[in-house]
Design a protein around this ligand. Structure first.
Ligand code: NPG
Length: 370
């Protein structure tokens, strides 16, 4: 007998307060798969960070749904009595699919921690009760609109501004923001849109005193990231390239980056995210917590992670209102000092509001024991 009774998959869709454009496309809605695991003792929630298209990575919602329904959830249900830390082994027969696995691992961990009445932050060894927050600003229709958005976020208290860039919409835009705000912590994120032949753009950006340049090149190209890093003063940060602690170790050894963005969903869940954190900490490489426009469920998970000791830079852990008019949970708020409280209640510390779930759900499927 296993203590996991059922796994419920739920596809939800929420409008974003403003479209979010990156080098690979524009999002007007947040659509994601939520996983609810019911055990003998509690229920737990996990939010999958994949979206409607396989653009950030190979994973997307419909693929996530199938791999969870047909392979991962049945494996969990028939795995005997796995602890949250053993569950990764039970799912390892499925190659890849870290985002789908993460939702399930995190949901089981949440259920276990709720049963133990222990917060996720405590489980992770978090050292802070509040985390410093940054904000990621999508590619705006014009420089004037970008400047206006940046002003708005700064007045709310955000401690770091990250600008999305793409070829043709890069140096001039970033320079305009830098000239308007000479002293702010400013970074850029290319989402892998450039090649090493674009080194001149990065040399220009190198003059702007940026905190980091995130994922400039193809996600599989660690060697060229190392070449680029050696030609720049600005720290290169990797996001898409890092899918495991082993990837982080390789990237650091190669000199491909000097900062790592940790997204628990991209690396297969919280347990692997802790390993990424530890590998980086041991090598003296600071990490920060990335975001994927999560609802309150994923946000609670991220904020607890961001309170771990080697998270040295403000994360893409923005307030609910930066994304949604109404979140799925009680909204996460930013204090005027740019920090956010880490949930202290058992598990992820927040619950989806039933009426909000109902209003946003596109479909539900339950995977139980036959
Ligand atoms: O605040 O959650 C946030 C957004 C942070 O820029 C952000 N995320 O490439 O890191 C990214 C980007 C992203 C969002 C990518 C959604 C894919 C989907």
């Amino acid at each position: 007998m296993t203590r996991v009774r059922s796994v419920e998959l739920r596809l939800v869709r929420l409008p974003l307060v403003r479209p979010f454009r990156t080098s690979f496309g524009e999002m007007t809605h947040k659509e994601c798969v939520l996983v609810r695991v019911e055990t003998e003792d509690a229920e737990g929630w996990g939010e999958c960070v994949a979206s409607t298209e396989p653009d950030f990575s190979e994973e997307w919602n419909e693929g996530v749904w199938l791999v969870l329904r047909d392979f991962l959830a049945p494996a969990l249900l028939h795995a005997g009595d796995p602890s949250a830390s053993e569950i990764e082994r039970a799912l390892a027969f499925v190659r890849g699919h870290p985002m789908a696995k993460a939702a399930l691992v995190n949901a089981l961990l949440d259920a276990d921690l709720r049963a133990e009445k222990r917060s996720l932050a405590t489980f992770l060894g978090a050292e802070r009760s509040r985390v410093e927050c940054g904000v990621s600003v999508g590619i705006a229709p014009s420089t004037a609109q970008l400047l206006e958005q940046v002003d708005g976020y700064l007045s709310e208290g955000y401690l770091r501004i990250k600008l999305k860039i793409e070829p043709g919409t890069d140096f001039e835009r970033v320079r305009a923001v830098r000239e308007a705000h000479p002293d702010i912590a400013l970074s850029v994120d290319a989402n892998a849109a450039y090649g090493l032949e674009d080194v001149d753009v990065f040399r220009q950006l190198d003059e702007l005193g940026l905190l980091m340049i995130e994922q400039p090149l193809h996600h599989q190209d660690l060697v060229n990231h190392a070449k680029l890093q050696s030609r720049l003063q600005t720290d290169v940060c990797l996001d898409e390239s890092i899918r495991s602690a082993a990837d982080a170790a390789s990237a650091i050894e190669l000199g491909a980056c000097r900062i790592v963005n940790v997204k628990q969903g991209r690396v297969g869940g919280l347990l692997e995210a802790v390993r990424v954190h530890d590998v980086c900490e041991a090598q003296g490489v600071p990490v920060w917590c990335g975001g994927m426009l999560e609802t309150g469920i994923g946000r609670a998970t991220n904020v607890a992670l961001a309170a771990m000791p080697n998270f040295h830079l403000p994360g893409d852990t923005s307030a609910s209102r930066r994304y949604f008019l109404e979140d799925l949970t009680e909204p996460f708020e930013l204090d005027p000092d740019g920090t956010m409280a880490v949930p202290a209640a058992p598990g992820i510390g927040v619950d989806p509001i039933p009426a909000r779930l109902e209003a946003t759900t596109l479909r539900i499927e339950r995977v139980g024991k036959e």
